[in-house]
Ligand binder design. Structure first.
Ligand SMILES: Cc1ncc(COP(=O)(O)O)c(C=O)c1O
Length: 455
């Protein structure tokens, strides 16, 4: 009998609460520091950028946080998302492993990002926010927040990393369709952008720099604009936990439990959203899944970065947090997985990697695209280049099972589709993609600019 392919939950199974890893962290959380004084921030400082409800979520240690009903209503447009067993991929690899993937590309904009864009817009609306600013890498986050802002009637300004703005014009147009204004970062609209352009007029941009621009605009708006971040922060990871909460239940429907739980990691939000509910089982329920965060070899914050305090953005305006970092001034090579070009990593993911609860792996660009094609030629879905990093490691583990004959269960998060990443695939087909060397010199230079913190 052919194995079951799809594990679907109906709307009544949509989670009612998010899972907060802060309740179960095996190490105490580190302080968040003010970028000027390098002393712990006060909620007042953060409230220039964020509504108080999100700040309180950031520091909450409640294990379960209720999802507001209006957010659940919007989630129902695409949630619960399917969990699939990659039966055809298993056959193509000739592996005894069972491979499952949670597919977040069914959201209206094609990725996991609306899982936090919608609640962030909701809480901002509740607090009276009329306009938001944000950054975006590949455009998935910007598109998600543009949709959420249009639902809640909030204006939006997006600073899009220039290299992606040029490579991915369709995501810009999606944002504009939802009514957002989109700028190629670095721009001459901010001091941070002007300084970057003065040093290098051809600066390709980076997430760290786009964050500086978006933060600067909100912080100097006299209170008329707030700022929204699509990854890294605790409240973002919290909102993404719907992914893993559903997946846990779907694995139960499948009658299996994953030996491997895998996600790609840029700032850490889709990885954590998928993995933390399984990690909860490891930490509190005796389960032993190996939990793996996958990053690009050319921007290897978790595998090659230092676990230390650093600024969240390039211009040193955002709060300073303890994380794996390559140095906030580091500009990663212009790889096509734009959403994975961030110098740092979410503090909780960093702490858990440092503590040994999560394993980190780095994969090169060409092997990642090869894995994406192997996957799509059996499962039919064109993955986002970011998500393909998770596929690479899932396939690697399945091939190890082929060699040993072991029947492991592998689950990964397919964080988005790649329908607007065709230029990347075309470059791959024409042999124009390269495996960048580990940018050791640039990283060593950037590491000389770390803040001198007394903690
Ligand atoms: C499809 C997709 N996956 C993953 C990421 C990486 O972000 P995060 O690590 O926050 O999930 C992005 C970021 O833009 C993305 O668009």
């Amino acid at each position: 009998m052919s194995p079951q392919h799809k594990f679907l939950l109906d709307e009544s199974k949509l989670p009612k609460a998010w899972y907060n890893i802060n309740a179960d962290l095996p190490i105490p959380p580190q302080p968040v520091l003010h970028p000027g004084t390098l002393q712990p921030v006060t909620p007042d400082f953060l409230s220039v950028l964020f509504p108080m409800s999100l700040i309180l979520q950031e520091i909450s240690t409640e294990r379960w946080i209720e999802i507001p009903e209006p957010v659940r209503e919007i989630y129902k447009l695409w949630r619960p998302t399917p969990l699939l067993r990659a039966v055809r991929l298993e056959k193509a690899l000739d592996t005894p492993a069972h491979i499952y993937y949670k597919y977040e590309g069914v959201s209206p904009v094609g990725s996991h990002k609306p899982n936090t864009a919608v609640p962030q817009a909701f809480y901002n609306k509740e607090a009276g926010t009329k306009a938001l600013t944000t950054e975006t890498g590949a455009g998935q986050w910007g598109a998600a927040l543009a949709m959420a802002c249009s639902f809640f009637d909030i204006d939006l300004e997006v600073y899009m990393v220039k290299v992606s703005y040029q490579q991915k014009p369709y995501r810009r147009i999606i944002m504009e369709n939802f009514g957002a204004e989109v700028y190629a970062s670095p721009t001459d609209r901010t001091h941070a952008g002007q300084a970057a352009l003065a040093t290098d007029p051809n600066n390709p941009g980076s997430l760290g720099l786009a964050i500086s621009e978006a933060v600067e605009v909100a912080a100097t708006s006299g209170g008329s604009k707030k700022y929204s971040l699509g990854s890294v922060l605790g409240h973002v990871l919290l909102h993404q936990s719907v992914v893993g909460i559903e997946a846990l239940e779907q694995m139960e429907m499948a009658g299996e439990y994953p030996d491997f739980v895998i996600g790609c990691a840029g700032g850490g939000s889709n990885f954590a959203g998928f993995a933390y509910p399984f990690l909860h089982q490891n930490l509190t329920n005796g389960k032993t899944s190996k939990i793996i965060a996958v990053e690009p070899a050319s921007c290897p914050s978790l595998t090659k970065g230092t676990y230390t305090f650093d600024y969240g953005d390039q211009a040193a305006m955002a709060p300073v947090v303890k994380m794996h970092t390559l140095g906030h001034t580091f500009i990663p090579p212009g790889i096509h997985a734009g959403g994975l070009r961030y110098h740092g990593m979410s503090p909780s993911v960093s702490a858990l990697v440092n503590h040994g609860d999560i394993e980190a792996r780095a994969v090169p660009q060409l092997a990642t695209f090869e894995a994406a094609l192997t996957f799509m030629r059996s499962e039919g879905i064109i993955p986002a280049p970011e998500s393909a990093h998770a596929i690479r490691v899932a396939i690697d583990e399945a091939l190890k099972c082929k060699a040993t004959g072991e029947k492991k269960v592998i689950a990964f998060n397919l964080s988005g589709h790649g329908h607007f990443d065709m230029m990347a695939y075309e470059a791959y087909h024409h042999g124009q993609l390269e495996d960048y060397e580990y940018p050791a010199e640039a990283i060593a230079e950037a590491m000389t600019h770390l803040p001198q913190v007394a903690f």
